[in-house]
Ligand binder design. Structure first.
Ligand code: PLP
Length: 390
C-alpha cells in the first residue's frame, strides 16, 4: 500500500517558500543574502494593533469563536467593505479565516466540481492552479502580457469562456507582476460574465497598496455582480500582519455558510484575539498604512530605475503591490536558471517568473518589501553578476 493518497500528486506549492529555505541554508553557511524572494512587508505590525491583541488576550478572548468569526468583527469587516469597496455586504456574508489563502482553498473546494473549468491569471499566484487541480477542476490560464501592462486582455478572456466555465479568478493589484486592472477593464470583465452563472474569485489582498490616483474598483460593486463574486481580502499585506494569519472572504450566504462548515471541519475558528486585533486594524488610525505605501512607492521607483539601468534588463513601472517583474529575455537563459545564478553568485534571492506559470518565462520577480539600503546592495550585485552573462 502507498502511504500517500493519490490526490496529493495533484497539489502544487508556492516556490517562494522553497527559495527562502535555500537562501537560509546559504546564509547558515556564511553567505550574505539579500532577500527579495518573499512577499511580505518588512515593517512591524502597527502598535495600536499589537496593543489591541494584548488587550483582547487579557480580556478573555482566549476561547473558541463561532466558526465564521466573532459577530462584531464580521460586522466591522462588512462595514469596511461597504465603505471601502462600495459593496453592500452584510455580516452573514463575511467569513473570517486564518489568512487570505484559506479563502482560495475553501471557496474553490466549495464550488468547483471535477471537470469544471476555472480561468486564472498566468503569471499568477501559484496556489490558484494548485487548488483547481486538487479538486479535479480544469485550469484554464489567461495570459498576462507585458505589452498589456500585465493586465488580462478582455477579448482573449471572451475566447476562453465556455459553458463549462465555473469560475474566473482575478487578482488586481497582482502578484507577481504588480499590474493593476483599470476600472474599464473591470467593467468589461463584469459585462462578459454577467448572467452566465460564472463565479468571480476576486483576490483584492493588495487593493490598499496602489500608487496611482484611482482607487481600484471591486467587481462586486458593479450591477448584478455581488452575488456572483467571492472577495478575498485580509490583513497580511495592508497591516504587515503576515504571521498573524488573518484574512476573510465576502460572498453569497449560500457559499459563506459552506466555508464556515469547512472551517468547522478544519480550523474550528480563527484565533479569537487575532480577530479582535483585526477589528482595531480596520477601525483604528490608518496613518501607518499610508506611510508604508509612501515608503513602498519610493522603493518601487528605486528598484525600477535601478533595474532599467542594467544592460539587458527592462522593467515596467508597476501600479500596485510590492513586486517588480523585469524582463530578462536578452540573457538567453531561462528564468529559473537566472534566479538560481543570482542566488548562488550574487547572494540575491528572487524568483524565476515560471514559479508563477509558463507565461512568466523570461521574467524574474523581486519583492521590494525590503530596506532602501538592501535594495541598493541587491541592484549593485545584480548588475555586476548579470554583466558576466553578456
Ligand atoms: N493572494 C495573493 C495574490 C497573495 O500574493 C497572497 C500572499 O502572498 C495571498 C493571497 C495570501 O495572503 P495570506 O498571507 O493572507 O494568506
Amino acid at each position: 500500500k502507498k502511504v500517500l493518497a493519490d490526490r496529493m500528486a495533484l497539489l502544487g506549492t508556492e516556490t517562494a517558500f522553497e527559495v527562502l529555505a535555500k537562501a537560509k541554508k546559504l546564509e547558515a553557511q556564511g553567505m550574505d543574502i539579500v532577500h527579495l524572494e518573499i512577499g511580505e512587508p518588512d515593517f512591524d505590525t502597527p502598535k495600536n494593533i499589537i496593543e489591541a491583541a494584548c488587550h483582547a488576550l487579557t480580556s478573555g478572548y482566549t476561547h473558541y469563536t463561532p466558526a465564521p468569526g466573532i459577530p462584531e468583527v464580521r460586522e466591522t469587516i462588512a462595514s469596511y467593505i461597504r465603505n471601502h469597496k462600495n459593496v453592500d455586504a452584510s455580516a452573514e456574508e463575511v467569513v473570517i479565516v486564518p489568512g487570505g489563502k484559506p479563502i482560495m482553498f475553501f471557496s474553490i473546494m466549495a464550488t468547483v466540481n471535477p471537470g469544471d473549468e476555472v480561468i486564472y491569471p498566468n503569471p499568477g499566484f501559484p496556489i490558484y492552479e494548485s487548488v483547481i487541480r486538487f479538486v479535479g477542476g480544469k485550469p484554464v490560464p489567461i495570459p498576462l502580457r507585458e505589452e498589456n501592462q500585465f493586465r488580462l486582455d478582455v477579448n482573449e478572456l471572451a475566447q476562453l469562456i465556455t459553458p463549462k466555465t465555473k469560475m474566473l479568478i482575478i487578482n488586481s493589484p497582482g502578484n507577481p507582476t504588480g499590474g493593476v486592472l483599470t476600472n474599464e477593464d473591470i467593467k468589461s470583465i463584469a459585462d462578459l460574465v454577467r448572467g452566465k452563472e460564472i463565479l468571480v474569485l476576486s483576490d483584492e489582498i493588495y487593493d490598499r497598496i496602489v500608487y496611482g490616483d484611482t482607487h481600484p474598483l471591486s467587481i462586486a460593486s458593479l450591477p448584478e455582480m455581488k452575488d456572483w463574486t467571492i472577495i478575498l481580502d485580509g490583513f497580511s499585506k495592508t497591516y504587515a500582519m503576515t504571521g498573524w494569519r488573518l484574512g476573510y472572504g465576502v460572498m453569497h450566504e449560500e457559499i459563506s455558510a459552506r466555508i464556515a462548515q469547512l472551517m468547522v471541519n478544519s480550523n474550528s475558528c480563527t484565533s479569537a484575539f487575532t480577530q479582535m486585533a483585526g477589528k482595531e486594524a480596520l477601525t483604528g488610525p490608518q496613518n501607518d498604512v499610508d506611510s508604508m505605501v509612501a515608503e513602498f512607492k519610493k522603493r518601487r521607483d528605486l528598484m525600477v530605475n535601478g533595474l532599467n539601468s542594467i544592460p539587458g534588463v527592462s522593467c515596467l513601472l508597476p501600479e500596485g503591490s510590492f513586486y517588480v517583474f523585469p524582463n530578462i529575455k536578452s540573457f538567453g537563459k531561462n528564468s529559473k536558471e537566472i534566479a538560481d545564478y543570482l542566488l548562488n553568485e550574487a547572494g540575491v534571492a528572487c524568483l524565476g517568473g515560471t514559479a508563477f506559470g509558463s507565461y512568466g518565462e523570461g521574467y524574474l520577480r523581486f519583492s521590494y518589501a525590503n530596506s532602501v539600503e538592501n535594495i541598493q546592495k541587491a541592484l549593485e550585485r545584480i548588475e555586476t553578476t548579470l554583466k558576466k552573462l553578456r
